[in-house]
Design a protein around this ligand. Structure first.
Ligand SMILES: [Zn+2]
Length: 279
């Protein structure tokens, strides 16, 4: 699946003790049963009886109808909570242990599966948030709180009022909000570590992009930076997408037409005896 030329490129960077940034999207979680948001039957295509997902996942709707917004997120929360990491997630955890500080992971996924697989908080940038967390909607603090397990009661009662008290900010008592970036919001460092994510990507020698069509701006910005600075881009997806062109044109880059789990596990094996440079 990985061509001889790509293998020699990876060995070349391994000999140089180069740094790698991995960028992951919905395709990586799809193998864990989390539907890709924009695919047929994806979350972004199923809204409520009145609103489309693009309308629900906004600060505007939350400020008007927080309960509708929360209900929709809670349904997704239960789906993500039941999902387990797949071989792609575990390969990335293995690669991080091998590369240490020469590794960073920028993910568009909000399901938290990279952390569940053991990837570190420090080197994992969840730029769109994490659905397992909530934070104060009034911004009284920057703390993130775990969604209480008792919110599952809504599955039986179908009534938001039965669980509304569980979604209060533990600090000030205001309504909390899902810790996710909405369509009408911008990336911020304090909530999403977006500047840190960009900086660690820009410092890297090689970019490996798995399972995303780059529809969101920060990941697209990272890929364009690598293209413009003639660095290596390796793309992985089950179909050729816009990323394939970037990968093919980049310095020593290539596109791998494969499942993320299979390609990442191959990459993990090739990098396995990587030596961390002495400082
Ligand atoms: Zn608060």
């Amino acid at each position: 699946m990985i061509s001889e030329s790509l293998k020699s490129t990876l060995l070349h960077y391994k000999d140089l003790s180069a740094s790698f940034c991995f960028l992951t999207g919905a395709g990586v979680s799809a193998e864990s049963g989390i539907r890709t948001f924009r695919g047929e039957d994806g979350y972004w295509t199923i809204g409520s009886d009145v609103y489309t997902p693009q309308e629900i996942a906004t600060h505007k709707l939350f400020s008007q109808f927080p309960e509708k917004c929360w209900e929709w997120y809670l349904l997704r929360f239960f789906k993500c909570k039941g999902a387990e990491p797949n071989a792609g997630h575990f390969s990335l955890e293995q690669i991080e242990r091998t590369l240490n500080d020469n590794f960073s992971l920028v993910t568009q996924n909000i399901d938290g599966l990279h952390l569940k697989a053991g990837s570190s908080d420090k080197r994992t940038f969840q730029i769109h948030g994490n659905i397992n967390k909530m934070r104060c909607s009034e911004e009284c603090c920057l703390d993130l709180f775990n969604l209480p397990n008792e919110v599952s009661l809504i599955e039986e009662t179908k009534s938001f009022s039965s669980i509304a008290h569980l979604l209060k900010c533990p600090e000030c008592g205001a309504m909390s909000r899902p810790h996710v970036l909405w369509f009408d919001e911008y990336y911020t460092e304090e909530h999403y570590r977006s500047e840190s994510a960009l900086n660690s990507a820009f410092r890297s020698d090689v970019l490996v992009v798995a399972g995303t069509t780059l529809l969101t701006s920060l990941p697209a910005h990272i890929v364009e930076y690598f293209a413009n600075t003639h660095k290596t881009i390796i793309g992985i997806d089950i179909e050729r997408n816009t990323l394939a062109k970037y990968a093919d044109r980049s310095h020593r880059g290539e596109f791998i037409l494969a499942k993320s789990s299979e390609a990442l596990s191959e990459i993990s094996k090739i990098l396995s005896d990587y030596r961390i440079p002495e400082t």
